[in-house]
Design a protein around this ligand. Sequence first.
Ligand SMILES: Nc1nc2c(ncn2[C@@H]2O[C@H](COP(=O)(O)OP(=O)(O)OP(=O)(O)O)[C@@H](O)[C@H]2O)c(=O)[nH]1
Ligand SMILES: [Mg+2]
Length: 321
Amino acid sequence: MTDELPARVRSGDVPAVARALSVVENDLEAAAALLEGLFDAVGRAHRVGVTGPPGAGKSTLIAALAKAWREDGRRVGILAVDPSSPFTGGALLGDRVRMMGLFGDAGVFIRSLATRGALGGLSRAVHDGADVLDAAGFDPVVVETVGVGQSELAIAGAADTVVVVVAPGSGDGVQAMKAGLLEVADLIVVNQSDREGADRLLADLRAAVDLRETGAKPAILSTTATGAEGDGGVGAVKAAIDAHRAGAAAGGALAARRAARAAARIRDEVDRRRSDAWWPGRARELERLSAAVAEGRTTAAKAAGDLLRAAAKRGAARGKP
Ligand SMILES: Nc1nc2c(ncn2[C@@H]2O[C@H](COP(=O)(O)OP(=O)(O)OP(=O)(O)O)[C@@H](O)[C@H]2O)c(=O)[nH]1
Ligand SMILES: [Mg+2]
């Protein structure tokens, strides 16, 4: 990494932002150094997580929102985690944005982060990538994830405002809600409201949210992100996203959420470093115990206990705590 990369990112230089995101994606040590040059410029952007079942219309909605934000003069940064699969009928976010006529607009920055390697690594890359876009002056910074697993939920939950997008039929919106999406949603959008079953889904979701006894109840809106008369409800979603942030900032919830996010990042980093320092030199022990577990002679939990006890004994013998 060159010394001037942080300065160029801070000035909003687009090629520098692209390069910084490659650093974040590929090089742990260089990413840490890069972020040291950015941290005091981070924290201004509104981070918006958009998640929901495959094919609900997340990318289409984000592109429509981006167009609306551009009309407000805001520069929009977008990270897409796990870009569209051929199975969902979804399209690449970049294609959506192009269709909105935003291609070539330097005020919209889009990047896909691949789900390579461990999910913990991806989560870190998303946080770091959002920091880069934030420092570069993009506001809002939007992260699209397909919210099906708990870990993807965790990534989406690392936002100031979480928008859950569901659609009639697509993976059954109510089912997705049961899988925990309802708990992380600050705003629920029933998209594809032009399609059969949208009213029913809306009613079901309203009923489910009304049953909630704890926590703030998310607002529920409906959209036709592909466009309808007027703006298909996109303007109301944009307003609700802004209103959530304003309310959270005033009530202290935003600061609390950001502190929790920071704590999670610190813990992840400590865990990673401890793990990286701990495993080398234990390959043979691991191999022996793995065979024992695989052959049904012990359990994985007991094997882990054996490893930790042996390490503690050796540490004590060397006079270390
Ligand atoms: N009828 C209708 N179709 C829509 C609407 N919004 C999106 N679609 C279509 O639904 C399909 C999926 O849209 P995407 O925006 O790619 O959905 P996604 O949730 O990002 O999909 P993945 O990223 O693959 O999970 C596309 O064919 C869109 O054109 C809508 O409001 N009405
Ligand atoms: Mg998508």
